[in-house]
Design a binder for this molecule. Structure first.
Ligand code: NDP
Ligand code: MG
Length: 401
């Protein structure tokens, strides 16, 4: 077979282009100009970076949060001789996510802010590269129904879920039991506080929480990794992606982050995906699937790594993981409540308005206070998100340290 690509490059929208995943995606895309072309880029606060990205990748569209930012970027791009059309707001995000000329959408906006545009890409039947795990956690059933209805190709970017996808048989959608899967083993680095005492963790600063031992990531997911809420959100994410009950997903702490997750089969075989901790591997995998393309990631040097370790997670020191498992089991709007409470708690911690130990306290209080509802419509999910944010703000005013 010829190695030369005779097809047109596939147009790619990068939602959240200015973030950590967005920048890694642009790095991979730039290595394959014959296969991919940048269709749209979106940014929120780092608009100078977005402008530089536009100059380099010459997208057809760029999206910014509001009209004032749009006219500034429009002027700057026009002065540089670019024909990029600049849109704004949620509408702009949904327009580029669902545009008929776009084939692939990288969903890499952080948090609930990415839900509507990610869903728009799914509903338009795109190949959706899902980094924005919060969208799936909030709206799981609706999200997966939309994938089914539209025929969207949903490919996980989260390194663990991408690893699980790679270790699953091609027909896993028939049901895990039918294809002989016993368990999914979700690996966790344990984060920067893996060997800290409860007292030390309680006094942790935002700088310490954002200093991840293996991965360089945005600030919100870095704090989630430090509290292990990231693994909790990933547990819920795995349940939806692979139609697995929570009891079949086990968390394994693996400090080296070389094994990105494993699938345990009933015959005793355990398949794992390994690689250097660099998000360009899952990004390249999901872009090109079922083909393989160069990602720029260094080959894995097992002799340099020498040792792989495993331990059980400590739910005493990392109560967020237990809260997330409870939410996964409760279902309905409970994961949306958990996610919203966590987003408020993390923001307050990063702003210095509360302590690290307040994160699980606040989430537990919100889950206790608000009732479970069905998550049968987007309105119900968004209402749960709104209620949880209100309850979380009220808790912060009353109790935060
Ligand atoms: P970053 O904080 O680095 O980037 C977030 C992106 O979202 C930026 O482009 C940001 O714009 C944009 N954004 C933020 N708020 C809004 C908003 N209200 N409306 C529109 N856009 C907004 O995060 P990461 O790249 O680290 O993470 C992105 C997603 O990927 C998260 O859901 C995370 O959980 C997931 N993920 C990340 C991994 C990683 O290694 N980083 C690994 C696995 C999953 P701007 O920067 O211009 O403000
Ligand atoms: Mg992950």
């Amino acid at each position: 077979m010829s190695a030369v690509n005779t097809l047109e490059p596939r147009p790619v929208t990068v939602l959240g282009a200015t973030g950590s995943i967005g920048q890694s995606t642009l790095d991979v895309l730039a290595r394959h100009p014959q296969d991919y072309q940048v269709f749209a880029l979106t940014g929120f606060s780092r608009l100078e970076l977005l402008q530089r990205q536009c100059l380099q990748h010459r997208p057809r569209y760029a999206v910014v949060p509001d009209e004032a930012a749009a006219s500034a970027l429009r002027e700057a791009l026009r002065a540089a001789g670019l024909a990029t059309e600049v849109l704004s707001g949620e509408q702009g995000l949904c327009a580029v996510a669902s545009h008929p000329d776009c084939a692939i959408v990288m969903a890499a906006i952080v948090g609930a802010a990415g839900l509507t545009s990610t869903l728009a890409a799914v509903e338009a039947g795109k190949r959706v590269l899902l980094a924005n795990k919060e969208a799936l956690v909030m709206s799981g059933a609706l999200f997966m129904q939309a994938v089914e209805r539209s025929g969207a190709e949903l490919l996980p970017i989260d390194s663990e879920h991408n690893a699980i996808f790679q270790c699953m048989p091609g027909d896993y959608a028939r049901g895990l039991q039918r294809v002989g899967v016993r368990r999914v083993l979700l690996t966790a680095s344990g984060g920067p506080f893996r060997d800290w005492s409860l007292e030390q963790i309680a006094r942790a600063t935002p700088e310490q929480a954002c200093r991840h031992p293996n991965w360089s990531m945005g600030r919100k997911i870095s704090v989630d990794s430090a509290s292990m809420m990231n693994k909790g959100l990933e547990l819920i994410e795995a349940c939806w992606l692979f139609d697995a009950p929570p009891a079949r997903v086990e968390v394994v702490v693996h400090p080296q982050s070389v094994i990105h997750s494993l699938v345990d089969y009933i015959d005793g075989s355990v398949l794992a995906q390994l690689g250097n901790p660099d998000m360009r591997t899952p990004i390249a995998h999901a872009l090109a699937w079922p083909r393989r393309i160069d990602s720029g990631v260094e080959p894995l040097d097992l002799f340099a790594i020498a040792r792989l370790e495993f331990e059980a997670p400590d739910l005493q020191r990392f109560p967020c993981l237990a809260l997330a498992r409870q939410a996964a089991e409760a279902g309905g709007t409970v994961p949306a409540l958990l996610n919203a409470a966590n987003e408020v708690a993390v923001e307050a911690f990063l702003d210095g308005r509360s302590g690290f130990a307040d994160i699980p306290r606040l989430i537990a209080a919100v889950l206790e206070q608000l009732p479970r509802d069905d998550a049968g419509s987007l309105e119900q999910v968004l209402e749960a998100d709104r209620q949880a944010r209100l309850a979380a703000q009220a808790w912060l005013q009353q109790y935060a340290h």
